[in-house]
Design a protein around this ligand. Structure first.
Ligand code: AMP
Length: 242
C-alpha cells in the first residue's frame, strides 16, 4: 500500500507521486488535510488554496484507490497537546524561519502514517529538509520495519519554477519573476552570488545555502514564501527542467 500525503490544491507534482505509487503498489491512498499546526502564519493558513472538488476529480482520473479527507477533530482529539519535537535538524533553515512548523509537520505525518499503515510513503524532494526530517523520525521512532520512505523528484513548470500550491497566489508578473529563482540558483557559482542576484531581481531572501549535496533557498515575492533546491551536481547546467 502506497501513501501520498498532501494539503490539496493538487498539481502535477502531487500527481506524479500518485502515479509512482500506483506503479509500485496494489493500493494507493491519498490524504488531503490542511494541517493548521504546521502554519506559523495564520494568514498563510487562512489563504491556503482549498480546491477539494477539483482535487477529487483529478484523483479519480488518476485512478487512486482511496482518498482520506480528515477534519481537525479526527486528527487532533487531544487538541495538539501531544506534539512531536525534533530538536536538531528542525532548528535550522525552514525551522529557523518558521518556528513550530516542523513540530506540526512531524506530528501530522506520524499520525497519518499510523492511521494508514502504508508499506511505502512518498514525499517530495521539493521540501528537502522535510524529507530528511521524516526519514529521521521514522528511523528514530522505529517505524522503518513497516514503512519505506520514498523521495520523489521536483516537478517544474516549463519556466523552471517548482510547482507549488502557493504559486497560484502570485500575480502574472510575480509568476514570471518567480521563475528566475531556479535559474539563479542553478547558474550562480556560490550561494553568496545567488543571494545577491536574487535580491537584484526583487526577491527578499531568507536563506541560500549549500548543504546535504544540494543548494537550498527560501525567498519571498509579493509576500508569498517560495522554497526550492537542486543537487549541487546540476549547478551550471542551463536546461530549464529537471
Ligand atoms: P503539500 O501539499 O504542498 O504539503 O505537498 C505534499 C507533498 O507533495 C509533499 O511531499 C511535497 O514535498 C510534495 N510536492 C510539493 N510540490 C512538489 C513538486 N513540485 N514536485 C514534487 N513533489 C512536490
Amino acid at each position: 500500500m502506497g501513501l501520498v500525503h498532501t494539503m490539496g490544491n493538487l498539481h502535477p507534482g502531487h500527481l506524479s507521486m500518485c502515479q509512482r505509487s500506483l506503479k509500485d503498489n496494489d493500493i494507493t491512498v491519498v490524504v488531503i488535510y490542511v494541517n493548521q499546526t504546521q502554519f506559523n502564519d495564520q494568514g498563510d493558513y487562512d489563504n491556503y488554496p482549498r480546491t477539494l472538488d477539483r482535487d477529487r476529480q483529478l484523483l479519480g482520473e488518476c485512478g487512486i484507490d482511496y482518498l482520506l479527507v480528515p477534519n481537525k477533530q479526527d486528527m487532533y482529539p487531544d487538541d495538539y497537546t501531544v506534539q512531536l519535537n525534533e530538536i536538531e535538524l528542525s532548528k535550522h533553515l525552514e525551522g529557523e524561519n518558521r518556528p513550530g512548523h516542523f513540530n506540526g509537520m512531524l506530528t501530522i505525518v506520524l499520525k497519518i502514517l499510523n492511521l494508514v499503515r502504508p508499506t511505502s510513503a512518498y514525499y517530495g524532494e521539493k521540501d528537502y529538509q522535510q524529507l530528511l526530517l521524516i526519514r529521521k523520525m521514522t528511523q528514530a521512532l522505529m517505524l522503518t520495519p513497516w514503512v519505506n520512505i520514498v523521495g520523489c523528484p521536483t516537478i517544474r513548470e516549463d519556466s523552471g519554477l517548482a510547482m507549488s500550491s502557493r504559486n497560484s497566489r502570485l500575480s502574472v508578473d510575480g509568476r514570471k519573476k518567480a521563475s528566475h529563482l531556479y535559474a539563479i540558483l542553478r547558474e550562480s557559482l556560490t550561494p553568496v552570488d545567488a543571494d545577491r542576484h536574487l535580491r537584484e531581481q526583487g526577491f527578499q531572501v531568507d536563506y541560500v545555502i549549500d548543504r546535504w549535496d544540494r543548494r537550498l533557498a527560501a525567498v519571498r515575492l509579493e509576500g508569498i514564501r517560495l522554497i526550492d533546491n537542486l543537487p549541487l551536481n546540476m549547478l551550471g547546467k542551463r536546461e530549464t527542467s529537471v
